[in-house]
Design a protein around this ligand. Sequence first.
Ligand code: AMP
Ligand code: ZN
Ligand code: ZN
Length: 331
Amino acid sequence: MGCEMPFIMAKNLKCGLKKGDKCIKCNKPASVYLPYGPQKFCDKHFIQLIEKRFRKTIRKYSLIRKGEHLLVAVSGGKDSLTALYLTKKYFGKQNKITALLIDEGISGYRDKALKIAMKNCKKWRIPYKHVSFKTEFGIGMSHISKKISKTKKNFGSMCSFCGTMRRTLMNRYAKKLSADKLITGHNLDDELQSILMNACDNDIARFFRSGPLAGVKQIPDLVQRVKPLCEIPEAEIFLYANYVGIEHYSGSCCPFRAKAKRNIYRKILNELEEHYPGTKYSLWNFYIQLRVKFISLKILSGIELNKCKKCGEPSTKEICDTCKKLSILKN
Ligand code: AMP
Ligand code: ZN
Ligand code: ZN
């Protein structure tokens, strides 16, 4: 489970079509069926629908302003490459755009994905910054995993390890490159999985950190992370990327992927959507309303951050998680 899921989900968008079904926009043969509409679209009008949703999300939550330098975090997968493609298409003239490619040092996986990312950056004439865990932290994930397996210390999952270090680099480079916003490719499914997971874990602080603008308030030294694809389901991004011909990494999953828990939430949400079309958007709208109300009531003030004494990155503690983990590993 995992990497083949978007493909299966996208196939479901076609299964619901009957012979003779027509596009609601132009009456030509439909190629996509969205049960939550319910609506049917031809290729061209499905592409238009996705692009409209991307722009609407940006407008609704004021994610991007004219003249800002946009740094897009690109992993080589369908979501982040679609985010890069659409950002260039709609903001390429009025904004400076740079792609940030992070090599975590997982050979046979990220190197392959980043090769495709670089190919697309060149094709779309987007400058990119390629950084690696090895040069930034002195150690890559393959090496880290070997070290962890030898220790008895509990570091949490490899994903949380990798994710913490990646976020440190995203912020470090967003500042180094003087970016105003950091764009990620998180989609509707990613967001809902996090929301539901944090609710079930009774983690209210993390629960309210999801959404189109990461975090509860703007924090100095932390470049605002924005998610323009957060209102588009994963399967639809997959289909869109294929329709417009965005080459993306579709090989094997990350060998360290220990997202068993996330996959359960993914399965539950897909099952709910299948039985009750529209559930994903209902849950999303419920979350957005709740978040707005909580923030306006000032119940949520957001966290106060200090500077990590080792690397200077924002942190709730004296030493940030990345530095703490790295120093334990090095010793
Ligand atoms: P994930 O946590 O793997 O679902 O990734 C979420 C988002 O983080 C992606 O859509 C990208 O925008 C960004 N991202 C993940 N991995 C990388 C990477 N290696 N380099 C740059 N950006 C990344
Ligand atoms: Zn049409
Ligand atoms: Zn630090």
